[in-house]
Design a protein around this ligand. Structure first.
Ligand SMILES: Cc1cc2nc3c(=O)[nH]c(=O)nc-3n(C[C@H](O)[C@H](O)[C@H](O)COP(=O)(O)OP(=O)(O)OC[C@H]3O[C@@H](n4cnc5c(N)ncnc54)[C@H](O)[C@@H]3O)c2cc1C
Length: 423
Protein backbone atom coordinates (compact mmCIF):
# COMPACT_ATOMS: atom_id res chain seq x y z
CA UNK A 1 0.00 0.00 0.00
CA UNK A 2 1.19 3.46 -0.89
CA UNK A 3 0.83 4.97 2.57
CA UNK A 4 1.85 2.22 4.94
CA UNK A 5 -0.16 2.08 8.15
CA UNK A 6 -1.85 5.47 7.93
CA UNK A 7 -5.51 5.18 7.04
CA UNK A 8 -7.63 8.16 6.31
CA UNK A 9 -11.30 8.60 5.58
CA UNK A 10 -12.44 10.25 2.38
CA UNK A 11 -16.06 11.31 2.00
CA UNK A 12 -17.20 11.42 -1.63
CA UNK A 13 -20.35 13.51 -1.95
CA UNK A 14 -22.38 12.38 -4.97
CA UNK A 15 -22.48 8.92 -6.51
CA UNK A 16 -22.94 9.76 -10.20
CA UNK A 17 -20.26 8.97 -12.74
CA UNK A 18 -17.66 11.23 -11.06
CA UNK A 19 -18.32 9.94 -7.54
CA UNK A 20 -18.19 6.30 -8.63
CA UNK A 21 -14.97 6.77 -10.60
CA UNK A 22 -13.20 8.58 -7.77
CA UNK A 23 -14.43 6.06 -5.16
CA UNK A 24 -13.16 3.23 -7.37
CA UNK A 25 -9.75 4.90 -7.77
CA UNK A 26 -9.48 5.48 -4.03
CA UNK A 27 -10.24 1.84 -3.33
CA UNK A 28 -7.74 0.63 -5.90
CA UNK A 29 -4.88 3.08 -5.42
CA UNK A 30 -4.89 3.81 -1.67
CA UNK A 31 -5.81 2.20 1.60
CA UNK A 32 -8.26 4.97 2.44
CA UNK A 33 -11.68 4.30 3.84
CA UNK A 34 -14.28 5.76 1.52
CA UNK A 35 -17.77 6.95 2.44
CA UNK A 36 -19.89 7.49 -0.66
CA UNK A 37 -22.83 9.77 0.07
CA UNK A 38 -25.61 9.56 -2.50
CA UNK A 39 -29.40 9.82 -2.17
CA UNK A 40 -30.13 7.41 -5.04
CA UNK A 41 -28.42 4.43 -6.56
CA UNK A 42 -24.70 4.93 -7.31
CA UNK A 43 -23.77 5.09 -10.98
CA UNK A 44 -26.92 6.90 -12.06
CA UNK A 45 -26.72 10.66 -12.08
CA UNK A 46 -28.43 12.75 -14.75
CA UNK A 47 -26.78 11.01 -17.68
CA UNK A 48 -27.29 7.35 -16.88
CA UNK A 49 -29.83 7.14 -14.04
CA UNK A 50 -32.98 8.16 -15.89
CA UNK A 51 -32.01 7.09 -19.41
CA UNK A 52 -34.68 5.32 -21.44
CA UNK A 53 -33.98 2.44 -23.86
CA UNK A 54 -33.84 4.89 -26.81
CA UNK A 55 -31.14 7.01 -25.16
CA UNK A 56 -27.69 5.94 -26.27
CA UNK A 57 -24.25 7.25 -25.37
CA UNK A 58 -22.89 10.15 -27.37
CA UNK A 59 -19.48 8.49 -27.32
CA UNK A 60 -18.30 5.21 -28.72
CA UNK A 61 -17.91 2.26 -26.36
CA UNK A 62 -14.14 2.42 -26.89
CA UNK A 63 -14.03 5.86 -25.22
CA UNK A 64 -16.04 4.98 -22.13
CA UNK A 65 -13.80 2.74 -20.03
CA UNK A 66 -13.70 3.50 -16.32
CA UNK A 67 -9.99 2.74 -16.37
CA UNK A 68 -7.57 5.03 -18.17
CA UNK A 69 -5.01 2.19 -18.31
CA UNK A 70 -7.47 -0.23 -19.93
CA UNK A 71 -9.36 1.67 -22.66
CA UNK A 72 -11.22 -1.42 -23.88
CA UNK A 73 -12.71 -2.28 -20.47
CA UNK A 74 -16.26 -1.02 -21.08
CA UNK A 75 -16.48 -2.44 -24.61
CA UNK A 76 -15.38 -5.85 -23.34
CA UNK A 77 -17.77 -5.71 -20.38
CA UNK A 78 -20.65 -4.84 -22.72
CA UNK A 79 -19.60 -7.34 -25.39
CA UNK A 80 -19.55 -4.44 -27.85
CA UNK A 81 -17.34 -3.32 -30.69
CA UNK A 82 -15.30 -0.23 -29.72
CA UNK A 83 -17.03 1.88 -32.41
CA UNK A 84 -20.55 1.11 -31.12
CA UNK A 85 -22.83 3.58 -29.32
CA UNK A 86 -24.33 1.64 -26.43
CA UNK A 87 -27.45 2.39 -24.33
CA UNK A 88 -26.87 4.92 -21.56
CA UNK A 89 -28.77 2.80 -19.03
CA UNK A 90 -26.31 -0.02 -19.71
CA UNK A 91 -23.47 2.38 -18.94
CA UNK A 92 -25.10 3.12 -15.58
CA UNK A 93 -25.06 -0.65 -14.90
CA UNK A 94 -21.40 -0.73 -15.90
CA UNK A 95 -20.56 2.01 -13.40
CA UNK A 96 -22.29 0.04 -10.65
CA UNK A 97 -20.47 -3.11 -11.74
CA UNK A 98 -17.03 -1.49 -11.62
CA UNK A 99 -17.79 -0.06 -8.19
CA UNK A 100 -19.01 -3.45 -6.94
CA UNK A 101 -15.89 -5.09 -8.33
CA UNK A 102 -13.63 -2.62 -6.50
CA UNK A 103 -15.61 -3.09 -3.27
CA UNK A 104 -15.27 -6.88 -3.53
CA UNK A 105 -11.54 -6.61 -4.19
CA UNK A 106 -11.09 -4.27 -1.19
CA UNK A 107 -13.63 -5.47 1.37
CA UNK A 108 -14.67 -3.31 4.28
CA UNK A 109 -13.27 -0.08 2.85
CA UNK A 110 -16.36 1.47 1.26
CA UNK A 111 -19.42 2.59 3.11
CA UNK A 112 -22.45 3.67 1.13
CA UNK A 113 -24.36 6.34 2.96
CA UNK A 114 -27.76 6.98 1.48
CA UNK A 115 -28.56 10.62 1.92
CA UNK A 116 -27.99 14.13 0.69
CA UNK A 117 -25.25 16.39 1.98
CA UNK A 118 -26.61 19.70 3.19
CA UNK A 119 -23.40 21.54 4.08
CA UNK A 120 -19.81 21.12 5.14
CA UNK A 121 -19.43 21.95 8.82
CA UNK A 122 -16.73 24.02 10.49
CA UNK A 123 -14.62 20.95 11.29
CA UNK A 124 -14.84 19.71 7.70
CA UNK A 125 -17.60 17.21 8.47
CA UNK A 126 -20.32 16.54 5.92
CA UNK A 127 -23.68 17.38 7.45
CA UNK A 128 -26.55 15.39 5.98
CA UNK A 129 -30.08 16.57 5.33
CA UNK A 130 -32.38 15.29 8.05
CA UNK A 131 -29.58 14.76 10.57
CA UNK A 132 -26.35 12.85 10.90
CA UNK A 133 -22.91 13.70 9.64
CA UNK A 134 -19.85 12.09 8.13
CA UNK A 135 -16.47 13.06 9.52
CA UNK A 136 -13.63 12.61 7.13
CA UNK A 137 -10.07 13.74 6.50
CA UNK A 138 -10.91 14.78 2.97
CA UNK A 139 -14.16 15.58 1.20
CA UNK A 140 -14.56 15.21 -2.56
CA UNK A 141 -17.47 17.11 -4.08
CA UNK A 142 -18.93 15.11 -6.97
CA UNK A 143 -22.41 16.61 -7.10
CA UNK A 144 -22.60 17.30 -10.84
CA UNK A 145 -22.91 20.55 -12.80
CA UNK A 146 -25.01 23.66 -12.32
CA UNK A 147 -28.76 23.38 -12.87
CA UNK A 148 -30.10 24.66 -16.22
CA UNK A 149 -30.92 28.34 -16.52
CA UNK A 150 -34.38 28.76 -15.00
CA UNK A 151 -37.06 29.74 -17.49
CA UNK A 152 -39.38 32.44 -16.25
CA UNK A 153 -42.24 32.10 -18.67
CA UNK A 154 -45.88 32.95 -18.52
CA UNK A 155 -47.05 29.36 -18.92
CA UNK A 156 -48.88 27.13 -16.44
CA UNK A 157 -46.72 24.06 -17.16
CA UNK A 158 -43.00 24.80 -17.26
CA UNK A 159 -41.04 21.58 -16.75
CA UNK A 160 -37.67 22.44 -15.30
CA UNK A 161 -36.36 18.90 -15.05
CA UNK A 162 -36.90 16.91 -18.25
CA UNK A 163 -35.30 13.87 -16.57
CA UNK A 164 -37.97 13.52 -13.90
CA UNK A 165 -39.49 10.06 -14.25
CA UNK A 166 -42.66 10.01 -16.35
CA UNK A 167 -43.01 13.77 -16.69
CA UNK A 168 -42.72 13.88 -20.50
CA UNK A 169 -44.68 10.69 -21.10
CA UNK A 170 -47.62 12.20 -19.18
CA UNK A 171 -48.05 15.10 -21.64
CA UNK A 172 -50.98 14.94 -24.10
CA UNK A 173 -49.93 13.66 -27.52
CA UNK A 174 -52.29 15.89 -29.45
CA UNK A 175 -50.92 19.21 -28.17
CA UNK A 176 -47.55 20.67 -29.19
CA UNK A 177 -44.69 20.79 -26.71
CA UNK A 178 -42.09 23.54 -26.68
CA UNK A 179 -38.49 22.61 -25.82
CA UNK A 180 -36.21 25.44 -24.75
CA UNK A 181 -32.85 24.49 -26.26
CA UNK A 182 -31.78 22.52 -29.33
CA UNK A 183 -28.83 20.58 -27.86
CA UNK A 184 -28.48 16.96 -26.79
CA UNK A 185 -30.99 17.32 -23.94
CA UNK A 186 -33.63 18.61 -26.37
CA UNK A 187 -32.92 15.66 -28.67
CA UNK A 188 -33.33 13.28 -25.72
CA UNK A 189 -36.63 14.91 -24.81
CA UNK A 190 -37.89 14.78 -28.41
CA UNK A 191 -37.08 11.06 -28.57
CA UNK A 192 -39.04 10.41 -25.38
CA UNK A 193 -42.02 12.53 -26.46
CA UNK A 194 -42.31 10.60 -29.73
CA UNK A 195 -41.18 7.15 -28.54
CA UNK A 196 -44.50 5.31 -28.60
CA UNK A 197 -45.47 6.53 -32.07
CA UNK A 198 -48.78 8.04 -30.90
CA UNK A 199 -47.83 11.73 -30.99
CA UNK A 200 -49.86 13.77 -33.45
CA UNK A 201 -48.80 17.31 -32.49
CA UNK A 202 -45.27 18.57 -33.08
CA UNK A 203 -42.42 19.01 -30.66
CA UNK A 204 -40.90 22.43 -31.29
CA UNK A 205 -37.33 23.02 -30.12
CA UNK A 206 -36.13 26.59 -30.03
CA UNK A 207 -32.81 28.25 -29.29
CA UNK A 208 -31.18 31.55 -30.11
CA UNK A 209 -29.31 30.09 -33.07
CA UNK A 210 -31.37 26.97 -33.74
CA UNK A 211 -28.27 24.77 -33.93
CA UNK A 212 -28.61 21.01 -33.48
CA UNK A 213 -25.64 18.88 -32.41
CA UNK A 214 -23.75 17.44 -35.37
CA UNK A 215 -23.37 13.73 -36.03
CA UNK A 216 -20.76 11.04 -35.55
CA UNK A 217 -19.85 8.92 -38.55
CA UNK A 218 -20.37 5.15 -38.28
CA UNK A 219 -16.61 4.61 -38.06
CA UNK A 220 -14.32 7.20 -36.49
CA UNK A 221 -11.49 8.64 -38.58
CA UNK A 222 -8.15 8.64 -36.73
CA UNK A 223 -7.70 11.86 -34.70
CA UNK A 224 -5.81 14.58 -36.58
CA UNK A 225 -4.29 17.16 -34.23
CA UNK A 226 -3.86 20.67 -35.62
CA UNK A 227 -0.41 22.29 -35.34
CA UNK A 228 -1.02 24.23 -32.13
CA UNK A 229 2.52 24.73 -30.84
CA UNK A 230 2.98 28.17 -32.38
CA UNK A 231 -0.51 29.40 -31.50
CA UNK A 232 -0.34 32.37 -29.15
CA UNK A 233 -3.91 33.64 -29.45
CA UNK A 234 -7.46 32.40 -29.99
CA UNK A 235 -7.23 33.75 -33.54
CA UNK A 236 -4.13 31.60 -34.17
CA UNK A 237 -5.96 28.53 -32.89
CA UNK A 238 -8.94 29.11 -35.16
CA UNK A 239 -6.55 29.49 -38.12
CA UNK A 240 -4.69 26.27 -37.22
CA UNK A 241 -7.97 24.36 -36.86
CA UNK A 242 -9.23 25.56 -40.26
CA UNK A 243 -5.98 24.53 -41.88
CA UNK A 244 -6.04 21.08 -40.22
CA UNK A 245 -9.62 20.53 -41.40
CA UNK A 246 -8.45 21.36 -44.94
CA UNK A 247 -5.62 18.79 -44.65
CA UNK A 248 -7.68 16.05 -43.08
CA UNK A 249 -10.93 16.54 -44.95
CA UNK A 250 -12.86 15.50 -41.82
CA UNK A 251 -13.56 18.10 -39.13
CA UNK A 252 -14.45 15.34 -36.67
CA UNK A 253 -10.92 13.98 -36.80
CA UNK A 254 -9.59 17.46 -36.01
CA UNK A 255 -12.02 18.05 -33.11
CA UNK A 256 -11.04 14.64 -31.68
CA UNK A 257 -7.35 15.35 -32.28
CA UNK A 258 -7.59 18.60 -30.30
CA UNK A 259 -9.10 16.96 -27.23
CA UNK A 260 -5.86 16.25 -25.33
CA UNK A 261 -4.76 19.90 -25.84
CA UNK A 262 -8.00 21.63 -24.91
CA UNK A 263 -7.25 22.35 -21.28
CA UNK A 264 -3.78 23.62 -22.11
CA UNK A 265 -5.27 25.90 -24.77
CA UNK A 266 -8.02 27.13 -22.46
CA UNK A 267 -5.64 28.02 -19.63
CA UNK A 268 -3.22 29.71 -22.06
CA UNK A 269 -5.94 32.07 -23.32
CA UNK A 270 -6.26 35.43 -21.64
CA UNK A 271 -9.49 36.08 -19.72
CA UNK A 272 -10.63 38.25 -22.65
CA UNK A 273 -9.96 35.47 -25.13
CA UNK A 274 -11.82 32.98 -22.98
CA UNK A 275 -14.66 35.45 -22.85
CA UNK A 276 -14.61 35.92 -26.64
CA UNK A 277 -14.65 32.14 -27.08
CA UNK A 278 -17.63 31.80 -24.76
CA UNK A 279 -19.55 34.56 -26.50
CA UNK A 280 -18.81 33.78 -30.14
CA UNK A 281 -17.53 30.24 -30.55
CA UNK A 282 -18.60 28.01 -27.68
CA UNK A 283 -22.03 27.06 -29.05
CA UNK A 284 -20.55 26.13 -32.44
CA UNK A 285 -17.78 24.24 -30.66
CA UNK A 286 -20.26 22.30 -28.53
CA UNK A 287 -22.23 21.25 -31.63
CA UNK A 288 -19.07 19.83 -33.18
CA UNK A 289 -17.63 18.38 -29.99
CA UNK A 290 -20.74 16.73 -28.43
CA UNK A 291 -22.17 14.82 -31.36
CA UNK A 292 -25.17 12.55 -31.81
CA UNK A 293 -24.77 8.85 -32.50
CA UNK A 294 -25.63 8.10 -36.16
CA UNK A 295 -28.82 6.22 -35.25
CA UNK A 296 -30.05 9.15 -33.16
CA UNK A 297 -29.29 11.59 -35.96
CA UNK A 298 -31.24 9.34 -38.36
CA UNK A 299 -34.24 9.38 -36.00
CA UNK A 300 -34.03 13.20 -35.77
CA UNK A 301 -34.09 13.44 -39.58
CA UNK A 302 -37.12 11.13 -39.65
CA UNK A 303 -38.96 13.17 -37.01
CA UNK A 304 -38.22 16.43 -38.79
CA UNK A 305 -39.35 15.16 -42.16
CA UNK A 306 -42.58 13.81 -40.70
CA UNK A 307 -43.24 17.21 -39.11
CA UNK A 308 -43.12 15.84 -35.56
CA UNK A 309 -39.99 17.79 -34.69
CA UNK A 310 -39.41 21.40 -35.62
CA UNK A 311 -36.16 23.20 -34.93
CA UNK A 312 -36.62 26.95 -34.68
CA UNK A 313 -34.43 29.93 -34.00
CA UNK A 314 -35.44 32.73 -31.66
CA UNK A 315 -36.04 33.90 -28.13
CA UNK A 316 -38.54 31.93 -26.13
CA UNK A 317 -39.76 34.76 -23.90
CA UNK A 318 -42.00 36.23 -26.60
CA UNK A 319 -42.74 32.97 -28.37
CA UNK A 320 -45.99 33.27 -30.38
CA UNK A 321 -48.93 31.18 -29.20
CA UNK A 322 -47.17 30.02 -26.03
CA UNK A 323 -50.50 29.17 -24.42
CA UNK A 324 -51.21 26.56 -27.13
CA UNK A 325 -48.36 24.35 -25.94
CA UNK A 326 -49.10 21.60 -23.45
CA UNK A 327 -45.82 22.35 -21.71
CA UNK A 328 -42.57 24.22 -21.98
CA UNK A 329 -39.63 21.92 -21.22
CA UNK A 330 -36.36 23.35 -20.03
CA UNK A 331 -33.63 21.74 -22.14
CA UNK A 332 -31.26 24.71 -21.86
CA UNK A 333 -27.64 24.03 -20.98
CA UNK A 334 -26.18 24.49 -17.52
CA UNK A 335 -26.69 27.89 -15.95
CA UNK A 336 -24.08 30.01 -14.20
CA UNK A 337 -23.11 30.27 -10.58
CA UNK A 338 -24.19 31.32 -8.09
CA UNK A 339 -27.76 31.40 -9.52
CA UNK A 340 -27.75 27.79 -10.77
CA UNK A 341 -25.93 26.29 -7.78
CA UNK A 342 -27.56 23.38 -5.97
CA UNK A 343 -28.21 23.75 -2.23
CA UNK A 344 -24.86 22.27 -1.10
CA UNK A 345 -22.76 24.43 -3.42
CA UNK A 346 -24.85 27.45 -2.52
CA UNK A 347 -24.16 26.85 1.16
CA UNK A 348 -20.42 26.61 0.43
CA UNK A 349 -20.58 29.91 -1.43
CA UNK A 350 -22.73 31.62 1.21
CA UNK A 351 -20.43 30.52 4.03
CA UNK A 352 -17.26 31.60 2.19
CA UNK A 353 -15.94 28.03 2.00
CA UNK A 354 -15.87 28.32 -1.78
CA UNK A 355 -15.94 31.04 -4.39
CA UNK A 356 -17.27 31.18 -7.92
CA UNK A 357 -14.62 30.40 -10.55
CA UNK A 358 -13.77 31.97 -13.91
CA UNK A 359 -16.72 33.14 -16.02
CA UNK A 360 -19.13 31.90 -13.33
CA UNK A 361 -19.12 28.43 -14.91
CA UNK A 362 -18.03 26.50 -11.83
CA UNK A 363 -16.19 26.78 -8.53
CA UNK A 364 -12.70 28.25 -8.17
CA UNK A 365 -10.12 25.49 -7.73
CA UNK A 366 -6.36 25.15 -7.74
CA UNK A 367 -4.65 23.07 -10.46
CA UNK A 368 -5.04 19.89 -8.36
CA UNK A 369 -8.79 20.39 -7.98
CA UNK A 370 -8.84 21.73 -4.40
CA UNK A 371 -11.55 24.28 -3.71
CA UNK A 372 -10.50 27.90 -3.17
CA UNK A 373 -12.32 29.70 -0.36
CA UNK A 374 -13.74 33.23 -0.54
CA UNK A 375 -10.60 34.58 1.17
CA UNK A 376 -8.44 33.12 -1.61
CA UNK A 377 -6.99 30.33 0.49
CA UNK A 378 -6.87 26.80 -0.87
CA UNK A 379 -9.00 24.36 1.16
CA UNK A 380 -6.46 21.58 1.53
CA UNK A 381 -9.10 18.95 2.28
CA UNK A 382 -11.98 19.93 0.05
CA UNK A 383 -11.72 18.64 -3.49
CA UNK A 384 -13.83 18.98 -6.59
CA UNK A 385 -14.31 16.62 -9.51
CA UNK A 386 -16.44 16.80 -12.64
CA UNK A 387 -18.51 19.46 -14.38
CA UNK A 388 -18.15 22.14 -11.68
CA UNK A 389 -14.46 22.41 -12.58
CA UNK A 390 -15.51 24.18 -15.77
CA UNK A 391 -14.06 27.64 -16.07
CA UNK A 392 -10.74 26.73 -14.53
CA UNK A 393 -10.66 23.78 -16.94
CA UNK A 394 -12.64 23.47 -20.15
CA UNK A 395 -13.07 19.76 -20.87
CA UNK A 396 -14.42 18.42 -17.61
CA UNK A 397 -17.76 16.77 -18.28
CA UNK A 398 -17.04 13.60 -20.26
CA UNK A 399 -15.86 10.23 -19.02
CA UNK A 400 -12.25 10.31 -20.32
CA UNK A 401 -11.57 13.58 -18.51
CA UNK A 402 -13.45 12.58 -15.35
CA UNK A 403 -11.60 9.28 -15.04
CA UNK A 404 -8.28 11.12 -15.46
CA UNK A 405 -9.32 13.59 -12.73
CA UNK A 406 -10.35 10.69 -10.48
CA UNK A 407 -7.02 8.94 -10.97
CA UNK A 408 -5.00 12.05 -10.23
CA UNK A 409 -7.15 13.02 -7.28
CA UNK A 410 -6.75 9.61 -5.64
CA UNK A 411 -2.98 10.01 -5.96
CA UNK A 412 -2.96 13.60 -4.67
CA UNK A 413 -4.86 12.99 -1.43
CA UNK A 414 -2.26 13.10 1.27
CA UNK A 415 -2.65 11.32 4.57
CA UNK A 416 -3.53 13.44 7.56
CA UNK A 417 -4.84 12.86 11.09
CA UNK A 418 -8.03 10.86 11.09
CA UNK A 419 -10.71 13.07 12.62
CA UNK A 420 -13.13 10.38 13.67
CA UNK A 421 -15.16 7.53 12.43
CA UNK A 422 -18.38 7.99 10.53
CA UNK A 423 -20.89 9.40 13.00
C1 LIG B 1 -27.68 13.27 -20.99
C2 LIG B 1 -26.21 13.11 -20.88
C3 LIG B 1 -25.53 12.23 -21.71
C4 LIG B 1 -24.15 12.08 -21.58
N1 LIG B 1 -23.49 11.22 -22.42
C5 LIG B 1 -22.15 11.09 -22.32
C6 LIG B 1 -21.42 10.22 -23.18
O1 LIG B 1 -21.99 9.58 -24.05
N2 LIG B 1 -20.08 10.14 -23.02
C7 LIG B 1 -19.41 10.84 -22.07
O2 LIG B 1 -18.19 10.73 -21.97
N3 LIG B 1 -20.08 11.69 -21.26
C8 LIG B 1 -21.42 11.81 -21.37
N4 LIG B 1 -22.08 12.66 -20.54
C9 LIG B 1 -21.31 13.46 -19.61
C10 LIG B 1 -20.94 12.81 -18.36
O3 LIG B 1 -20.90 11.46 -18.19
C11 LIG B 1 -21.57 13.57 -17.22
O4 LIG B 1 -21.16 14.88 -17.30
C12 LIG B 1 -21.26 12.96 -15.94
O5 LIG B 1 -22.34 12.07 -15.79
C13 LIG B 1 -21.12 13.90 -14.78
O6 LIG B 1 -21.20 13.09 -13.70
P1 LIG B 1 -21.26 13.63 -12.24
O7 LIG B 1 -21.21 12.42 -11.41
O8 LIG B 1 -20.21 14.65 -12.06
O9 LIG B 1 -22.64 14.39 -12.13
P2 LIG B 1 -24.11 13.82 -12.08
O10 LIG B 1 -24.34 12.80 -13.11
O11 LIG B 1 -24.99 15.03 -12.10
O12 LIG B 1 -24.22 13.11 -10.68
C14 LIG B 1 -24.19 13.83 -9.49
C15 LIG B 1 -24.64 12.93 -8.37
O13 LIG B 1 -24.52 13.63 -7.15
C16 LIG B 1 -25.65 13.40 -6.38
N5 LIG B 1 -25.82 14.57 -5.53
C17 LIG B 1 -26.14 15.84 -5.89
N6 LIG B 1 -26.18 16.63 -4.82
C18 LIG B 1 -25.89 15.87 -3.75
C19 LIG B 1 -25.77 16.12 -2.38
N7 LIG B 1 -26.00 17.35 -1.85
N8 LIG B 1 -25.46 15.11 -1.55
C20 LIG B 1 -25.24 13.84 -2.05
N9 LIG B 1 -25.34 13.55 -3.35
C21 LIG B 1 -25.66 14.56 -4.20
C22 LIG B 1 -26.79 13.19 -7.35
O14 LIG B 1 -27.83 12.40 -6.78
C23 LIG B 1 -26.08 12.47 -8.49
O15 LIG B 1 -26.15 11.08 -8.37
C24 LIG B 1 -23.45 12.83 -20.65
C25 LIG B 1 -24.14 13.74 -19.82
C26 LIG B 1 -25.49 13.88 -19.93
C27 LIG B 1 -26.22 14.83 -19.03
Amino acid sequence: MRRGAVRQTVAVVGGGCSGVLVARELLRCSDDRVVLIEPGEPGGGVAYGSAKPWHVLNSRAGAMSAAADDPGHFARWAGAAPAEFRPRAEYGRYLRAVLDEAVTAHPGRLQLRQGRAERIGAAGEVVLEGGGSVRADHVVLATGGPAPVRQRLDHPNVIDDPWRAGVLEALPQDRPVLLVGTGLTAVDAALTLTADGRRSAPVVAVSRRGLLPLTHTAEAAPPHAPALDDCATLRDVVRAVRSAVGESGDWRAVVDGMRPSLDRLWTAFTADEQDAFLRHLSRTWECHRHRMAPEIAARVVELRSSGLLEIRRGGVAAWPGLADYAAVVNCAGPGKLPGSAGPLVRSLLDSGQAQVGPHDLGLAIDPAGRVIAADGRVRERLWLIGPLRRGTQWETTAVPEIRAQAHRLAGDLRPGPVLAEVA
